[in-house]
Design a protein around this ligand. Structure first.
Ligand SMILES: NC(=O)c1ccc[n+]([C@@H]2O[C@H](COP(=O)([O-])OP(=O)(O)OC[C@H]3O[C@@H](n4cnc5c(N)ncnc54)[C@H](O)[C@@H]3O)[C@@H](O)[C@H]2O)c1
Length: 267
């Protein structure tokens, strides 16, 4: 029997990329899965693809009522909730403080933080009563941008550093019933979207030319992981048998950015 057999997981932003890989991995591990997804097309596609195995709620993570609706639908379908995964996110496409128009910063900041940070807090709040009943856990998708500059512009980097703080604060506040941890993937080819406020809502990371080659050349492990390659640590953190004493922790899965050789050629 798999570690996730008879467990119920709710994932935000599971319509593509990291979230969809997590959905597929948790189903393969024997879990039942609920989803909160903004895109109506992706929500419909998930229903067609996975049928009754998955409970899909179409809605916005930045809206508390939509998070509540997703928790309720998941519990109605599968009887309980063991793990909430905050994962939906948007990107600032590396717009630096030099690039950004002063007048445009405020709207861009609010839009990005409302999804990447507020969305995680609202989801955690909406899920917490059910998670207390199961002594469950919360997992947030962070990013290499939660640790280092340069994985985005200042708005995205600040949002992912904020998520690290949220993991620690919620880990403290929700103990002893609920464990709160994070996984910080490195770059991957996904549909990660830009901001309306920057006129980049239709931009997708997977259309950036040479993205995977750039990642391969940058990281010490010299390969460009797919979303599926990052799923293992989420399964570990969702499983109390394997990570029972862990809370407030973020597992770094960025291909080794923290051990980059500062002096190429030097030993
Ligand atoms: N792609 C990368 O290089 C990378 C690297 C590190 C971390 N991440 C993080 O991974 C997470 C998943 O992103 P991804 O790369 O798989 O991109 P993705 O766009 O493929 O997946 C994100 C999903 O979230 C949905 N979504 C966006 N805004 C939403 C909202 N307001 N409410 C509900 N759903 C919403 C999108 O429709 C999409 O289906 C994000 O938190 C992102 O910051 C991505």
């Amino acid at each position: 029997m798999g570690w996730m057999e008879n467990r119920v997981v709710l994932i935000t932003g599971a319509g593509s990329g990291m979230g969809k890989a997590l959905l597929e991995r948790f189903l393969a591990e024997g879990a039942k899965v609920g989803v909160l997804e903004f895109s109506a097309d992706k929500a419909k596609q998930l229903k067609t693809e996975f049928g009754d195995q998955v409970s899909v709620t179409q809605g916005n993570v930045a809206n508390y009522a939509d998070n509540q609706a997703a928790v309720e639908a998941t519990v109605a379908a599968f009887g309980k909730l063991d793990t909430f995964i905050g994962n939906a996110g948007v990107f600032d496409y590396f717009q630096s403080v030099n690039d950004l128009d002063g007048d445009a910063i405020s709207a861009a900041f609010d839009e990005l933080f409302s999804v990447n940070v507020k969305g995680y807090l609202l989801g955690a709040k909406a899920a917490s009563a059910e998670l207390k009943k199961t002594r469950g856990s919360i997992i947030f998708t962070v990013s290499n941008a939660g640790f280092y500059p340069g994985g985005g512009g200042p708005i995205y980097t600040a949002s992912k550093h904020a998520v690290i703080g949220l993991i620690k604060q919620l880990g403290q506040e929700l103990a002893p019933e609920i464990r709160v941890n994070g996984v910080a993937p490195g770059g991957m080819k996904t549909e990660l979207g830009g901001l309306n406020a920057m006129g980049m809502a239709d931009q997708k990371l997977d259309s950036m030319p040479g993205l995977e080659e750039m990642i391969e050349n940058m990281v010490p492990l010299q390969f460009a992981p797919k979303p599926a390659d990052y799923c293992g640590p989420y399964v570990l953190l969702a499983s109390p048998e394997n990570s029972g004493p862990m809370t407030g922790v973020t597992i770094n899965t960025d291909g080794g950015l923290g051990v980059i050789r500062l002096f190429p050629g030097g030993e």
